[in-house]
Design a protein around this ligand. Structure first.
Ligand SMILES: [Ca+2]
Length: 205
């Protein structure tokens, strides 16, 4: 029995050995040895020196020199995105924006100064409308960049110059020296008001 099995095994092994190699293993090419990749050329080397750091940083990013026109185009696109989202209002050369926070007049003014602007100070109807957009968006009153001067009921810009444009609600200003700040209602009209209330911060930049 063992003898017959041994013969059978030998026959099977012989047949398998005589079959063609289905994978053609003997002819597979040698696996090339792994070598370090060729380093990419340094992009900095192709870019001429930019006049300012910001231009250079963008140039490296887009891999070509950047002109002031390119920079302006990029900024216009950013501005458009912010407008689209209602994050900013642009009127004339002013950009109006809000922190969305309610604080008193001093804190509101400080916040605006901190970001390089000042508390919103509408100088005409268009600017008033731009500030109003934020009053409506947040449904909150807004302090404006004016204070009552030495004459009761007469309001000045923060540099002391008398306000040239006003949009008082009928009967305002009413404080006669007791309401030193100006707030905008959610219909765009103004009211003189104490400076320690919590009002929406809206800045112009
Ligand atoms: Ca009042």
């Amino acid at each position: 029995m063992f003898h017959q099995g041994s013969i059978l095994l030998t026959v099977v092994v012989s047949i398998v050995a005589s079959l063609p190699d289905p994978l053609n293993l003997a002819k597979l090419p040698e696996i090339p040895s792994i070598t370090k990749p060729t380093p990419l050329p340094k992009t900095d080397a192709k870019i001429p020196k930019a006049p300012q750091g910001i231009l250079k940083r963008i140039a490296v990013k887009v891999n070509r020199p950047v002109s002031l026109q390119d920079l302006e185009r990029r900024m216009n696109r950013l501005e458009a995105v912010l407008k689209l989202d209602g994050m900013i209002q642009v009127v004339g050369d002013k950009m109006i924006a809000s922190s969305g926070k309610e604080v008193d007049f001093a804190a509101s003014n400080s916040t605006c100064n901190y970001v390089g602007g000042r508390i919103a100070t509408p100088m005409n109807e268009a600017e008033n409308s731009a500030v109003l957009e934020f009053a409506k968006k947040y449904n909150r009153y807004v302090y404006l960049g004016m204070r009552e001067g030495p004459i009761p009921g007469k309001f000045n810009y923060l540099n002391g110059v008398p306000a040239v444009y006003t949009h008082w609600r009928k009967g305002e200003p009413s404080g006669r020296g007791t309401e030193g700040c100006v707030e905008m209602y959610t219909d765009g009209q103004w009211n003189d008001k104490a400076c320690n209330q919590q009002r929406l911060t809206v800045c112009e930049l």
